[in-house]
Design a protein around this ligand. Structure first.
Ligand code: AMP
Length: 173
């Protein structure tokens, strides 16, 4: 089934820019059995971790992230690009190849006792996930794990993450 999941990921060369091999997960979303398999496999890994909130990173991290939270019987928290969330936010800025980017989370989205799982569809350079970890810490909550559908391991994004925190990725490129 993992092979089937991997074959469903569509590689789109030169999107959104020349040189990027974009991993398109919409064929997985279009197949309810693959979607269920992906969510079940991710949820099973964290079943005994005492997670209380799943964070999904804008925007494709919202799709399976919200399903994962529902499957795990916990709440979902969106982390969004600057200026999209309506209420007061915490913010973190991180480096891109050229310039910087800022992500935000609502100030009351997490509380002290929360045990958090960060989810995104793809980990590339790791910058967004690392900044999301800092958001969790600013909120006074505890990061318990990182959970990605796809890891672009040739980009070594793992190296930007906290090595003491377990990381799951279902598909490796
Ligand atoms: P990162 O470089 O790990 O901070 O990735 C930033 C964001 O861009 C993540 O939310 C990914 O979903 C997305 N992303 C980066 N590279 C790709 C790619 N090759 N295909 C699809 N999404 C990507």
């Amino acid at each position: 089934m993992l092979d089937k999941l991997k074959s469903a990921v569509r590689n789109v060369p030169d999107f959104p820019e020349p040189g990027i091999q974009f991993k398109d997960i919409t064929p997985i979303l279009a197949d309810h059995e693959l979607m269920r398999f992906a969510v079940d496999t991710m949820a099973a890994r964290w079943a005994d971790a005492g997670i209380t909130k799943v964070i999904g990173i804008e925007s494709r991290g919202f799709l399976l992230g919200a399903m994962l939270a529902e499957r795990m019987d916990v709440g979902f928290v969106p982390v969004r690009k600057m200026g999209k969330l309506p209420y007061t936010t915490l913010q973190e800025t991180y480096d891109l190849e050229y310039g910087t980017d800022t992500i935000e989370m609502h100030i009351d989205a997490l509380s002290d006792g929360d045990r958090v799982l960060i989810h995104d569809d793809v980990i590339a350079t790791g910058g967004t996930a690392a900044a999301s970890h800092r958001l969790v810490e600013s909120a006074g909550a505890q990061l318990v794990g990182y959970c990605f559908l796809i890891e672009l391991s040739f980009l070594k994004g793992r190296n930007l993450l906290d090595p003491s925190i377990p990381m799951q990725s279902l598909l490796d490129y």
